[in-house]
Design a protein around this ligand. Structure first.
Ligand code: 4AD
Ligand code: MG
Length: 430
């Protein structure tokens, strides 16, 4: 008999199949038992009727506790009322592994208990749905870039220098030398873009974020495209097209998961409209007009981004930030040296920054001055400066944070649910 995944049972209406999974739930009316199985691809109800199925299977009921692993066979038939639209008349049932006193029950558990049991919590309906959506976001961003002739080039994780400021570096001992876990692949992307044109890297980034927030992790994943012969507008255009594609893929392929999360998809559907683009200065005005005091020149905190991200119902670019609050590599605005040609993309519904990017400084002398101004070690950036010595060109790119994007698409309160094993200030177990 053919082993089938639950997601495919519709193809076997009226036929017998084998499913290998786990027990998700059960109830019995004495003569009829209802067992809900899950296999990671879906859920299906199996029905056992006394005297219609062998006693040895019917008698397994008491042993079938939550998360017992089982192999079941049975006839598939359509049933509008059943979860997934199909039901299985069980003809064979075998316990593979028992599950005694499974710690996560149907009752409410506290977050710290669930996080300590994250290795089991991911089996729950909601968490599995989020992980499938995360996979779709990652696949969609890769597909988008591959289809637009961006070449994937991986950036190293052990690095000799800081990319995004020295306050969040994780230091490691590299055979007696100081090295750091990568905060971003960008600097290396700038080198590979000069070799290959349009490139991207996709990988983990590490930041020793010492504040507890609902949107920071110490380890997160970024997809970072970089383009030679491109400016800030080109980077915003690609960001917009790419995010629109990601959202449309999730809407198309992960409808069922969005339903499990009870996600209102109307705000996601609005992403097919043009995104907003406002300057930092315009954003400051919106914040002040909303009654919140904010001084021009400061960096936005979560509450400020939230004001802007609630003001509009599509993703909003904020660009031309004060150079002082942005990274050393950002090119300055030729019309106003106080401004950097950088942007953030803020997700609507109050979510805030999910993408950071901009145009890079391509002039050798200017960049040397910046590195010195930011008190970074010139020696470590020698190779990076070479890129400005040998055929430098205007270039731009961005980094899209996977977890931030998933958090918004799934409309989650906290970023910790967006990764299977999130790393945050207070947690490294399991
Ligand atoms: O804005 P960031 O710091 O930009 C960079 O790293 C650039 N070098 C990217 C580039 O231009 N190639 O980070 C980019 C994105 C943020 O917008 C956010 O989505 C995510 O990475 N991010 C985090 N996500 C979770 N936890 C954290 N601590 C994050 N820090 C940044
Ligand atoms: Mg940023």
């Amino acid at each position: 008999m053919k082993r089938t995944f639950i997601k495919d049972v519709a193809d076997y209406d009226g036929k017998e199949v084998e499913i290998r999974g786990w027990l998700y739930n059960k109830r019995s009316s004495g003569k009829i038992q209802f067992l809900i199985f899950r296999d990671g691809t879906g859920y299906i109800q199996g029905v056992l009727v006394k005297n219609e199925v062998k006693d040895e299977y019917f008698e397994l009921f008491d042993e079938l506790s939550l998360e017992t692993s089982v192999i079941v066979r049975g006839m598939i038939h359509k049933d509008k009322r059943a979860i997934g639209g199909y039901e299985m008349s069980v003809t064979y049932l075998e316990i593979v592994g028992q599950s005694v006193d499974y710690p996560i029950t149907k009752k409410e558990h506290g977050v710290s208990f669930l996080m300590a049991n994250r290795h089991l919590w991911i089996r729950s309906k909601r968490q599995a749905a989020i992980l499938r959506i995360r996979a779709e976001v990652i696949n969609a961003s890769r597909d988008f870039l591959n289809n637009h002739d961006f070449t994937l080039v991986d950036a190293p994780i052990f690095t000799p220098a800081a990319c995004e400021g020295t306050t969040t570096l994780f230091e490691v001992d590299y055979f007696g030398e100081k090295a750091y876990l990568s905060q971003s692949g960008q600097l290396y992307n700038e080198a590979t873009a000069m070799a290959l044109g349009n490139v991207y890297c996709f990988g983990p980034a590490f930041r020793a974020e010492k504040s507890k927030t609902r949107r920071h992790m110490t380890e997160f994943w970024q997809v970072e495209p970089e383009m030679a012969y491109a400016d800030i507008n080109d980077a915003m255009n690609v960001t917009e097209e790419m995010l629109r594609y990601i959202v449309s893929r999730v809407l198309e392929k992960r409808k069922e998961d969005l339903k499990i999360l009870e996600r209102d998809i109307a705000p996601l559907e609005k992403c097919s409209n043009p995104f907003n683009r406002i300057t930092y200065t315009e954003a400051v005005k919106i914040i002040n007009d909303s009654g919140t005091e904010f001084k021009w020149g400061e960096d936005f905190g979560a509450p400020h981004e939230e004001i802007i991200a609630t003001h509009f119902d599509v993703p909003t670019f904020v660009y031309k930030y004060p150079a002082a609050v942005k990274a050393f590599y950002m090119k300055r605005d030729t019309e106003d040296d106080k401004l950097a040609l950088g942007f953030d993309l803020l997700a609507p519904e109050g979510y805030g920054e999910i993408v950071g990017g901009g145009q890079r400084e391509e002039n050798y002398d200017t960049l040397v001055n910046r590195i010195e101004e930011f008190k970074l070690p010139l020696e470590a950036f020698k190779w990076y400066l070479d890129l400005r010595k040998y055929g430098s060109v205007p270039h731009a790119g961005f980094g899209l944070g996977i977890e931030r994007t998933v958090r918004w698409i799934c409309k989650l309160h906290h970023i910790r649910e967006t990764a299977a094993f999130p790393r945050t200030l207070e947690r490294i177990y399991p």
